[in-house]
Write a protein that binds this ligand. Sequence first.
Ligand code: PEP
Length: 252
Amino acid sequence: MRDILVAGNWKMNGSSAANAELVAGIVGGVPAGDGFSLLVCPPFPYVAAVVEATAGSPVSVGAQNVSEHDKGAYTGEVSPGMLKDLGCEYVIVGHSERRSLYNETSGQVAAKFVAAQAAGLTPILCVGESLEEREAGTTEAVVDEQLDAVLDAAGIAAFGTAVIAYEPVWAIGTGMTATPEQAQDVHRHIRERLAGHDGTVAAKVQILYGGSMKGENAAGLLGQADIDGGLIGGASLKAADFLAIAQAAAND
Ligand code: PEP
């Protein structure tokens, strides 16, 4: 059985004081049980403080983005080695906001995935379709293109130390959630596509759902066979909301 990963993407929110309160609330309220783990992904400037505040707790820390380059003249960028140096374990790559607002291509996302792994970070690869793409019936084709770019660049074995997040763009920050069945259909498709390359890797990789996940809908989503956790935006900004999802994971 795969463990469940409950990951919070704080996006560009927070402050030193607010983060300290949020982390203290999460660390102090981790549900009892096993078979699940918790992760928070603060903005870059707060990574070091959050690593310190979570030290010795079961909560891991990740970043929301990373450069595909190791070092050099890339003003404003942050390298995978720097994140590792700060104590990050995970990094999100290819979030739909990066793809749409900052024009990140699937090729660039694949390069970030490879660079993150080379530095010892676990990439969380986000894939997902827009509403127009879903309505046009191209959900699987869109997800395949995003996945295949990484398979081509990194190979199937790389998914042995990676996480995938299926995040339908139309469900992110909109309050619209994919039904458990809609999400499961795409999760199953992703796992089957990976299984076409290596069944053992496909069976082990965690595939998270992201898109307006909250305490009220988490149990239904996490109860699906191929849904192994959540990547959570809005509901990760309040300890009680995030912990309600963690509790659903602990109950699963
Ligand atoms: C996200 O940003 O990855 C996300 C899923 O956001 P929300 O939970 O707010 O929809």
